[in-house]
Design a protein. Sequence first.
Length: 309
Amino acid sequence: MRHFLRDDDLTPREQTAVLEMTATLRADRFALRPLDGPRSVAVIFDKPTLRTQVSFVTAIVELGGYPMVVDGNLAKIGVRESISDVANVLGRQMTAIVWRTHAQSRIEEMAAVAGVPVINALTDSYHPCQVLADLATVAQHRGGVGALAGQTLAYVGDGSNNMAHSYLLGGATAGMHVRIGCPGIFVPDPRIVADATARAAQTGGSVTVLDDRDQTLAGADVVATDTWVSMGREDEAAQREAPFVPFRLDAGGMALAAPDAIVLHCLPAYRGKEVTAEVLDGPQSVIWDEAENRLHAQKAILAFLLDNV
């Protein structure tokens, strides 16, 4: 049984296949119908959502299926009843399970028991569907999936969050040179850095963690950032801001990147915080393509997993 719980659950060859399928589905949204029936997919949300809910619900419908949306705050999975009990219930009725939750261990437990493909729609540790969409966006603007290898992707901001971790693993799988620029007290999990480094050794990519924004951005082909305050840490906003100010993505920072560099942000964005409005709304920004590609990439990963049960 195949799942998509973290970015390196796909081999480099499989990631390429999923990204090529993403491009196909962007060109023809109804090219694949693996959920015809309709077959049901559980889509569970323990955290706030906009793009994830819209894109997964639309994806499942356009693949021919029925999205069974579950409010995790009502279901209280792991509180009202155990994750394994919920997995046994859902696995007997659903074709797949999509879960946006907190600890990575929760979705791993679901996957261990459910007996159907489980997709990570965001945990505290990883955001693999977002990075698939981001890679699809880079491919869209760089001449195709084959152009990803060798590109330098520079991420500046919170190096300890799920986006940084997924950029490391997903970017390394694509053969990219991934740089993470962050304050020294907000660095990526060293175990994930080690895993990304091992994957990069297979693909010709590289992984670098820096504590200097300008070094991180120098000559980069793709520039990405994310909010300084992840979901569930809103009470830390005041004390977290000061260390990140030197890593704000502004026009001065973009001037250090390659002249044709593109800008990514997974959204929601806080203009004037992690990124200035002139950058996010400027001509190098591809954030709306990136948001749309959530739909196409998630259709592709669903189709891939259903084809490899």
